[in-house]
Design a protein around this ligand. Sequence first.
Ligand code: FES
Length: 111
Amino acid sequence: MSKGIRVAALDDIPEGEGIAVGKELTGTGDGIALLRDTDGSVWALDDTCTHEDASLADGWVEDGFVECPLHASRFCLKNGEVQGLPATKSTCPHRVEVRDGEVYLFPGEAP
Ligand code: FES
């Protein structure tokens, strides 16, 4: 079983914010946004918004959702489901684990 890719220290991601992990590292078609909720938990979604080209890693993370920085559609951190126009397509979630203060990403694996 995969051990995942170490992509950040937990302290690198402030609560309520995100960081982008490039597709060169993830091996996926899009980069992946690591998103830290206001309760301290970490989640991962495809980085590019399904509406246009905004990076969800630049969005606002709060109470289980990330809000796109461009037109404010919201996506569920757990399953990528879109909530609110203008985006109409959900995004793809990826599994994340935090071990000993380090964040490991499992690109393409369901959370
Ligand atoms: S680019 Fe994200 S809602 Fe428009």
